[in-house]
Design a protein around this ligand. Structure first.
Ligand code: ATP
Ligand code: MG
Length: 317
């Protein structure tokens, strides 16, 4: 078999709704997902992530371009692709009139697993997602996070060769999120490939072998988490929290120490270890707090897709 689980070339998608202006959701996305990897798509709301996942998982036709999944064309051979994939859709809900145990079991049976395998996989997935206590309650009675866990459990139980997970950890508590991470790691150890989206950059950081940042339907950044972080131009972040209006001249004084980022919560200087001491001296002299930490994926993301309010008002937002 080929080494690539997904190979996409110049994928475009324009949504056309009668009486509405067409929306170009993807403007030529090319990407590859190597077999056995966990790959994340990052991007602002409306960037095109779900559109890409839906096309790659045979649920939506591209306007043009080509996508192959395990070397099968998703457009001309969707029936060949479907048995190889499983999907957690964005905002998917489990069947209300089933229990989590019934839902997972029924889904596995519908995918052709024999009773015994379906049964053991069901119990395993319930355990992995911490659903034992609610396994026999109707899905309709579950909390929001429990419903989401039931969705993820259903799909991970398939151990399909390629899993698509669109914001799998949305609404999950920090323990349940870690449960999902562990399950996804386990799946790739067993040989599956995973393409997911998330808005939690700490999650993307710990989970992804490779990341693609999508903005306005185009790939604007790609690489490992470390590569993306390095693209900020520094390795450390010195942050001056608080309102800057009260601190005349602070911004000007920090210019020259590295890239400045003002996220409204703190003024961050992306810099290297050699500048830290001097920056902390500035904080001491001004009697303002400052913290030092490593550059995170968040700085890389903000740099890649950040735009000013002016730009958004000019109609690109
Ligand atoms: N069925 C549709 N008809 C028309 N436009 C659509 C449709 N679905 C999505 N869009 C538009 O396509 C663009 C991409 O949407 P998409 O759902 O792929 O974004 P996303 O990156 O998944 O965003 P989010 O992070 O909010 O989930 C958006 O501008 C969206 O409004
Ligand atoms: Mg989406």
């Amino acid at each position: 078999m080929v080494a690539e689980a997904i190979h996409a070339e110049q994928v475009r998608k324009t949504y056309r709704t009668r009486g509405q202006k067409p929306v170009e959701a993807l403007s030529g996305v090319s990407l590859t997902v190597e077999r056995g990897q966990r790959v994340s798509l990052l991007g602002r709301n409306g960037a095109g992530k779900t559109t890409f996942l839906r096309i790659a998982s045979t649920l939506l036709m591209p306007t043009s371009g080509a996508i192959r999944v395990f070397d099968r064309d998703v457009v001309s051979d969707p029936e060949g692709v479907r048995p190889l994939i499983a999907v957690v859709p964005q905002e998917g809900k489990p069947f209300f009139h089933l229990t989590p145990r019934e839902q997972i079991y029924t889904y596995l049976r519908s995918r052709g697993f024999v009773r015994e395998t379906a049964k053991s996989r069901t119990e395993e997935a319930l355990g992995l997602m911490g659903l034992e206590e609610v396994a026999d309650r109707l899905n309709v009675t579950l909390s929001g996070g429990q419903k989401q866990r039931a969705m993820v459990a259903t799909v991970i139980a398939t151990q399909a060769p390629l899993l698509f997970l669109d914001e799998p950890t949305i609404g999950l508590d920090p323990f349940a999120r870690r449960g999902v991470w562990e399950s996804l790691r386990r799946l790739t150890r067993l040989g599956s490939t995973i393409l997911l989206t998330t808005h939690y950059l700490d999650e993307a950081d710990v989970l992804s072998h490779h990341l693609y940042v999508i903005d306005r339907g185009q790939v604007v950044g790609k690489g490992t988490s470390e590569e993306l972080k390095r693209s900020t131009g520094g390795t450390l972040r010195v942050s001056f929290p608080g309102p800057f209006a009260d601190r005349p001249g602070l911004k000007a004084e920090l210019e020259g120490f590295g890239r400045l980022m003002d996220d409204g919560v703190a003024l961050h200087v992306i810099t290297g270890p050699e500048k830290v001491e001097e920056l902390l001296q500035i904080a001491l002299r001004r009697k303002v707090p400052a913290t030092v930490g490593p550059v995170t994926l968040e700085e890389a993301f903000l740099r890649l897709v950040g735009r000013s309010i002016d730009e958004e008002e000019n109609g690109h937002g």
